[in-house]
Design a protein around this ligand. Structure first.
Ligand SMILES: Cc1cc2nc3c(=O)[nH]c(=O)nc-3n(C[C@H](O)[C@H](O)[C@H](O)COP(=O)(O)OP(=O)(O)OC[C@H]3O[C@@H](n4cnc5c(N)ncnc54)[C@H](O)[C@@H]3O)c2cc1C
Length: 818
């Protein structure tokens, strides 16, 4: 253990709260970047919270590219940490073996293996004989295959944390144990230090790495960190004769179990589907190196399945039953980054049982984020700005985390929907849609109709990597929008009213497009960061001289709102109001949309009177709507914004008149497949803070020559001169059968050049579609894209693909402007 520093300084560049593996890794990485004036404050002793009792598995393959890269970094770090610091870590790279209990799991593993190829992670698909060879104790009944990752391993969590702390301390960081942070000090909306039971430390940046205590500490400063502890179990057997110390870690996700060799014994851990929340009434003040009472009945189903998989467990004794708390989050992903509520208040917490294997990568990128002022790679998956206010609700959290824990080993199904914590945010049309067969999915708490089951069909998902049960109904909705007219409930859109004398100044500063337009114009724009990366992708509609309506996706609402508010300068007279709850949105989309709406309004909907990209207030049915002629599905259509209480009346009017046109209710899955045919980008998938509009093919929405400066302009000008080294391209598989979801590698002339950022099925084009970047260090232009031969790899098999820079559907947007 590193010696404890004595006197608390009055000031530090960064104050880190919490001495688990995350806080120590952050301190270590900050000092690597030359920030040595760091204090780390631990209420008891280092590792005393969750870290000390972790099983210590260090795996590298995660659900997404960047999270896998982070885990890969962790492995590389742990492999050298002992040599660097002189502190033993217990790290060994004995590899890991994951076995598939059925063909769907095998497909998932193979898809993961394909994904891993894009960044050189060694994932080997292995057959039954090799599995038995590597893990002789395993009973192979029902095993369909598996994958082996030779560089995976295991580590000693306490020793590894101590090595990180030692490295940080050696570089100048102060580590203070028995020092409890009682409050984060806030001044003018910024974190300015911490108050502890040993005095105050002023700090430029405060980082909450307080593990399962993080939520409560955040709450005291108005920072929402929705996590909740759950009980987490493993058992340790007596010694098993002949057990090799080089035995790889074995994961048997279909039986919710993992196995690791531990000094001649087997440690069997569980990720059961129905977890037990813990600490709902608060965590005891003196909690340190504590265990929770055993619950053998809860563990028994996992143990029974384990005995079948590893029969040696039937005869060996159990030396230790261990139960300890770990924090889990509503979407089973951790929280990283600057809190949207308070500047200079950073968070790294809620590690969902992968904190040991995530600590290196998370500490590394968070340190860079703090030092440089922005994340070094796209970290949206774990960005704290994805949190919605309602998630602070403790009852919701308690219920949701019962499901989060098991998700680590559950199948990562395409279109997966949570079962718990549902029904929180519903559109005024909810009951009507439910009565018409809606199958709902959840985004940011919103219940949204994803697809509609016809009469006699139960609206529920039968998950698969192949065509799922709702595929035909999805196709019908998609084709109705292409051929006649569909109705979407888009009420979950986040909507912000930006008003005041400086509204235009603010929006011009953040928007790459020109929003200095006449009232009634809808502007599609990106908001960029200083590097030209896309922070938001949305529409800005000018309502009046000093009033704008900003509309963005449900999931990114809190993120985009925080971005906008952060860019209001001192003294600017502008307010931003979240109007999401007040306005429902009905999207009427398709070639017959004009004729349908004409039956309900006296407004002139002709191209001359109501061109694409404009907005008007119109009478419609018995209400008034703000109609925006805009589309995310690539057809003639209008989005109708009405007061929430008027939505049902308008829906009924549209339904009644729509019958003559075969109006079809359409869900979010149809919206997604329609936008994919038209190659409309989706922020968070196809575009993010690492991608510029020039790379994303969105240069048409940037007005580099507009009269006012905007954030990111200089970067774009530079890039325009230099040329880009990646371009977003639309792909369509030649074979109509296979399906694309996300992360599938893209080959150009036999070389991997990128991966699919979003995938769907084009029901009109009749093939699976993908968007993805084609990269090349010497530059990528239209000729480069056109001159290649493309294939996309799905579950280790390559399929020829057509590549296009122009949308494969309606490339001239004639239908949109019809
Ligand atoms: C049974 C079990 C097995 C696991 N196995 C694995 C595994 O194999 N691989 C893996 O990657 N992960 C595993 N994990 C998860 C891993 O242990 C955690 O994700 C990780 O330890 C979290 O680290 P942390 O630093 O966020 O939290 P903690 O270790 O809990 O650290 C937070 C620290 O903050 C301190 N603190 C809190 N409030 C204050 C305050 N106000 N002032 C000062 N200090 C404060 C606490 O005392 C604590 O020490 C396992 C977890 C469990 C329970």
């Amino acid at each position: 253990m590193p010696p404890v520093s004595k006197s608390l300084p009055s000031h530090a560049q960064v104050a880190i709260v919490g001495g688990g593996i995350i806080g120590c890794s952050l301190a270590y990485h900050l000092t690597k970047l030359g920030w040595n004036d760091i204090v780390l404050l631990e209420r008891k002793q280092l590792t005393c919270g969750t870290t000390w009792h972790a099983a210590g598995l260090v795996g590298q393959l995660r659900a997404t590219q960047n999270l896998t890269r982070l885990a890969q970094y962790t492995t590389d770090l742990y492999a050298t940490l002992e040599a660097e610091t002189g502190q033993a870590t217990g790290f060994k790279q004995n590899g890991s073996l994951t076995i598939a209990g059925d063909s769907e799991r095998l497909e998932e593993l193979k898809r993961g293996a394909s994904m891993a190829k894009t960044f050189g992670l060694d994932v080997q698909v292995v057959q039954a004989a090799e599995i038995k060879d590597r893990w002789p104790l395993v009973n192979m009944d029902g095993v369909a295959g598996g994958v082996f990752l030779p560089k995976d391993g295991q580590t000693n969590p306490i020793d590894t944390t101590m090595a990180l702390a030692k490295g940080a301390r050696a570089a100048g960081a102060g580590i203070f144990e028995d020092t409890k942070v009682t409050q984060v000090l806030i001044d003018g909306g910024k974190a300015v230090g911490v108050e502890t039971d040993r005095g105050t430390v002023k700090a430029d940046v405060v980082v909450n790495c307080a593990g399962m205590w993080a939520r409560e500490l955040g709450r005291r400063s108005g920072v929402n960190i929705p996590l909740h502890a759950c009980e987490h179990f493993y058992i340790l057997t007596e010694e098993i004769a002949g057990l090799s110390p080089d035995l790889p870690v074995l994961r048997d996700p279909d039986n919710c179990a993992y196995y690791k060799e531990d000094a001649g014994k087997i440690l069997l851990g569980a990720f059961e589907p129905n977890a037990k929340p813990w600490g709902a009434d608060g965590i005891p003040e003196d909690f340190a190196f504590d265990e929770l009472p055993e619950d053998f009945d809860h563990f028994l189903p996992v143990l029974e399945a384990a005995m079948a998989r590893v029969p040696a467990l039937e005869t060996v004794g159990i030396r230790k039953f261990f139960c300890g708390p770990e924090s889990f989050t509503p979407d089973a992903r951790y929280f990283l980054g600057e809190a949207p509520e308070v500047r200079n208040y950073f968070v790294a917490a809620g590690f969902n049982s992968i904190g040991i294997q995530s600590a290196g990568g998370a500490g590394n990128v968070l340190a860079e984020w703090i030092v440089k002022g922005h994340p070094p790679v796209d970290l949206w998956d774990v960005d704290i700005r994805r949190v919605a206010p309602f998630q602070a609700n403790r009852r919701y959290l308690r219920e949701r985390v019962t499901e989060s824990l098991g998700l680590l080993y559950a199948k990562h199904w395409p279109f997966f929907q949570f079962q718990t914590g549902r029904g929180l945010r519903t559109s005024p049309l909810h009951e009507r849609l439910a009565a018409r067969g809606a199958c709902f999915g959840e985004v940011a708490g919103w219940e949204r109709a994803n697809w509609f089951a016809p009469e006699g069909v139960e609206p529920r998902y039968d998950y698969s990597y192949k065509r799922q049960n709702w595929f035909p109904y999805w196709a019908e909705e998609h084709l109705a929008v292409r051929r006649s007219v569909g109705l979407f409930d888009q009420s979950s859109f986040a909507k912000f009213l930006v008003q005041g004398p400086d509204a235009e100044t603010l929006l011009q500063r953040v928007s790459a497009n020109d929003v200095g337009v006449p009232a009634g114009k809808v502007v599609y724009t990106q908001w960029l960061n200083q590097r030209g990366g896309i922070e938001a992708d949305l529409t800005v509609t000018r309502l009046a001289e000093t009033q704008y309506l900003v509309v963005t996706g449900a999931a990114v609402g809190p993120h985009d709102l925080a971005w906008l508010k952060h860019h209001i300068q001192d003294g600017e007279a502008v307010t931003v109001t979240d109007m999401t709850s007040g306005l429902a949105v009905l999207g009427v989309m398709g070639p017959d949309s004009r004729a349908l709406l004409a039956r309900l309004t006296d407004a002139d909907l002709s191209n001359e009177a109501f061109p694409f990209g404009t907005a008007q207030e119109i009478d419609i049915g018995f209400t008034q709507a703000r109609a925006l002629r805009i589309t995310y599905v690539g057809e003639l259509g209008w989005e109708l914004y009405v007061p929430t209480e008027c939505a049902r009346g308008l829906f009924d009017s549209l339904s009644a008149e729509g019958a003559a046109f075969g109006l079809k209710l359409a869900g979010m899955h149809a919206m997604d497949s329609l936008r994919m045919e038209k190659a409309y980008r989706h922020w968070g998938h196809d575009i993010g803070d690492e991608d510029t509009p020039l790379e994303a093919g969105l240069g048409f929405a940037c007005r580099l020559d507009k009269a006012t400066d905007f954030i990111g302009r200089d970067a774009l000008l530079r890039q325009k001169q230099q040329g880009v080294t990646k371009r977003l391209v639309q792909f369509a598989l030649e074979d109509p059968e296979p399906l694309l979801y996300q992360n599938e590698p893209i080959y150009r002339d036999g070389e991997i050049v990128g991966y699919v950022t979003s995938g769907s099925y084009g029901h009109h084009l009749g093939r699976a579609l993908g968007l993805g970047y084609v990269s090349h260090p010497d530059g990528v232009d239209a000729d480069f894209v056109a001159s290649g031969t493309y294939e996309i790899e799905i579950a280790c098999e390559r399929f020829p693909a057509q590549a296009s820079l122009r949308p494969l559907y309606d490339p001239k947007s004639e239908r949109v402007r019809a």
